[in-house]
Ligand binder design. Structure first.
Ligand code: PGA
Length: 257
């Protein structure tokens, strides 16, 4: 398993959430420029998922660079009477190459259940986007000893059949670690990532073996190296610390060591 994990190219993805006016694009430019000035291969893929208002402009400034651009959510339909919603095709058209689906802030704040997340992941694939599918237990569920069960259920219900390593990424984000500064122990992360890897291999075979599994929840420059050293952690989904180029780049640099 460790051998397979090492052969997977990691991804450090920033999730800006509902943060950032146009001036914030300067941070994305700083990331782009630092990647250009750094080693030919930073050792990891690097992505920022901005709010949709900044998507096209960021895709433009990142064109031809090592900085990839993704989106934070999508509707499952291609088009139609869905006021305020954005389709995966629109995100692709605006320059996104990936989209986060099933983030706990969507599951919790917008009542999105696994079947909705699965439809969104399918929509991402239909549009030619990589789906970054988030799963993770609440603190109550972890305290009740249900973390593996909850994550297993979310995974089974949220991933579409036929998912491939090239178009699907799983992000394990314990809800209680998001934006709190609290992170699980390495043992806890390793246990869940190992269980996710086994479930992916069982369901998708070699594709599941090769799928990236990101950890998310209070990843910072100070803890990134420790998190990246855990088996079956193939990168990070970074919220707060992705808003400042220096912090985000320090997390990216943790992969170079
Ligand atoms: P955080 O958010 O890094 O601010 O905890 C992570 C996420 O929600 O993706």
């Amino acid at each position: 398993m460790a051998e397979a994990a090492r052969s997977i190219r990691p991804l450090v993805a920033g999730n800006w959430k509902m943060n950032g006016l146009k001036a914030q694009l300067a941070e994305a430019m700083a990331v782009r420029d630092a990647l250009a000035a750094g080693p030919a291969d930073p050792g990891t893929d690097v992505m920022i998922c901005p709010p949709v208002t900044l998507l096209a402009a960021m895709a433009e400034l990142a064109a031809g660079s090592k900085l990839q651009v993704g989106a934070e959510d999508c509707h499952w339909e291609m088009s139609g009477a869905f006021t305020g919603d954005i389709s995966a095709e629109m995100l692709k058209d605006a320059g996104a190459r990936a989209v986060i689906v099933g983030h706990s802030e969507r599951r919790g704040g917008h009542g999105e259940r696994d079947c909705i997340v699965q439809r969104k992941a399918k929509a991402a694939h239909r549009a030619g986007l990589t789906a970054i599918v988030c799963v993770g237990e609440t603190l109550g569920e972890r305290r009740a000893g249900l973390a593996l069960e909850v994550v297993g259920r979310q995974l089974a219900g949220s991933l579409p059949d036929g998912a491939r390593a090239a178009d699907t990424i799983v992000a394990y984000e314990p809800v209680w670690a998001i934006g709190t500064g609290v992170t699980p122990t390495s043992g806890e992360v390793g246990e869940v990532h190992g269980a996710i890897r086994r479930a992916l291999s069982q369901r998708f075979g070699a594709e599941g073996e090769a799928m990236r599994i990101l950890y998310g929840g209070s990843v910072k420059p100070a803890n990134a190296a420790e998190i990246f050293a855990i088996n079956d952690v193939d990168g990070a989904l970074v919220g707060g610390a992705s808003l400042k180029a220096t912090d985000f780049l320090a997390i990216v640099a943790a992969y170079a060591h």
